[in-house]
Write a protein that binds this ligand. Sequence first.
Ligand code: BDP
Length: 714
Amino acid sequence: MKNFLPVFCFLILSACCHAQAGYHLWLNYNYINNPTLSKQYRELTSAVYLPGHSPTLDAVRYELNKAIPAMLGSNVLYTRDIRSAGVIFTKNLSEKSDQVPCSLPFEALNEEGYFIRYCGASGKPKIIIGAKSDIGLLYGAFGLLRMMQLHFAPQKMNTTTSPAVKLRLLNHWDNLNRTVERGYAGFSIWNWHTLPEYRDPRYTDYARANASIGINGTVLTNVNANATVLTREWLLKVKTLADLFRPYGIKVYLTARFSAPIEIGKLKTADPLSDSVKNWWKEKVREIYALIPDFGGFLVKANSEGQPGPQDYNRSHADGANMLADALAPHGGIVMWRAFVYRPDITDRFRAAYDEFKPLDGKFRDNVLIQVKNGPIDFQPREPFSPLFGAMPQTNMMMEFQITQEYVGQATHLFFVAPWYKEVLDADTYAKGKGSTVSKVVDGSLYGKTLTGVAGVSNIGNDINWCGHPFAQANWYAFGRLAWNATLPAGEIAEEWIKQTLTHESLAVQRIKHIMLHSTEALINYMTPIGLTHIMQDGHHYGPMPWGNSFQRADWNPVYYHRADTNGIGFDRTEKGSNALSQYFTEVKQLFENPATCPDEYLLWFHRVPWHHKMKSGRTVWEELCYRYYTGVDSVRSFIKLWRSVEKWIQPAIYRQVSDLLERQLYEALWWRDACILYFQTFSKMPIPKPYEAPKQTLEYFKNLKINYAPGHW
Ligand code: BDP
């Protein structure tokens, strides 16, 4: 016994420190310090019924065996007798059965959905988890564990839920050399060099985390693609990952470099209409499916930012996408073709994707989805929704969000994405009259589509806590939860994450939730208020550079976006300007085109206004800019105070990391505020209103700040 003690202490300590560093994400399974609740949970989990074995049902066992002892200090016991079971996983129990005299809503579920029912009608109380598939049961197991982590009384465990969207995918912008484009959490978790032999346990933890929030696919490679991943040597590595992810319901996808037939196939062309090219892709796809029978398909960035594509051969996006789709169709694979295109000859980048893709509506195969970024430009802190949503009724269309914080604070800012995503999902396109929200386009209900999807550009790297900033984990979590159910309120998602990850103490939960929910608007205020956009430094996009004007290509320069001069500021997208507003349905166009109805938040997206233009707030544009920049900084100050007030409830390592990062966020928010205010003041020529403090540095100082080695830019 004496000899055991040091070993035991070591185990406890290492488990705790690993947890402290955030490795376990929201799957912490903290001990439940509530005797009444624990007792009830213990009684239920002392007899768990599972319908047999399969890799997925074994994943359910693995998770229960991990979670229950940690949360309750007792082992899970399994039974083969339904009558005596406290927790029942089932795909076919009849509600008429005398074994379970409770109503079981199987008919309300789709293939991946599940229900959790408390059944206390007679005899031993039971929790029933029902689904139509093993994967549904796995999601149900994670649903149950979530409820337990949130301390639901068993009697309150009652939910019926199915994902509204079919493909819920992470997009990794991971390069084969393990750098991650726009990654702020270390290097890629795919250790290609040691694959296929070494199966890092982290791959399974990755799958567990994703399955726990309903993510069912992962694109392993960067959209700026490398054809090497399609060679046999690399496909064997991909196969290993696919095999590890399969029990968790996660399909693997790859980015397809359009010129791969030339680069690795020794063909002279990649023309999508050439027979040799078509055959090359058919053979390549056959080879992939022989290794990975449930391979998901391809994601393609073509003719965008220097990537090859069908237009290199005077073919259309539809020609390119359909050629790949035809190769994949016999195997059940799909193509996700990105709409992120903006040719240099276009007058307004806002218009680019719509102008190219709208005319192609109806021309894509059934197994093609057009993947559209949330806004018309590029994941900016605030963008109006892309006018493509709702505009292509005959085309499958999926949403692309960014989880990694390229334009929203990168490695150092606490920024919660849920309100950011929801603003777009809830926006009304008016495509079929009032209530035609972006969300209804994405979930297919507006136009009766069944092939639907949401993608999130991953924020995962090999940092011990996966995401770098401890609060960046909440963004991965929120993405999954919203991809499953876009109607979940941001506050509910925040609260779930806080309780599972940080603390249950109600005052702390309330304060941290406040920080998270206000972090979104705070960042918009100190970076790009009232419709400013793309005024970051070029290349790495870290830090402000509204004066940027060095690229020959106009639409890579900040001055192109804000158009400030002594007469005013903003981009005129009305009929008198680029007329990009005409891409929206009438009601949206009318709302935005009239400065009197255009929400202040979007003003400079659509209007060029004089500095003394009156906002709805009653302030002039100049005063409003100052107000927002200063308010944004003040919000960060208030977050620091709130965070300090919860110290005693947070694990020290995480408390400290967030504390230090908030200080850094304040420094950067001040940098943004002062650099932008001083720059725009050279045009407005008006004083900074009282009582705002004067910037401590000059504009020259900010212009001369040189940033070396900002992360995520390779
Ligand atoms: C931009 C990123 C760039 C990506 C591009 C894309 O700066 O690194 O390659 O989007 O989505 O936001 O293709």
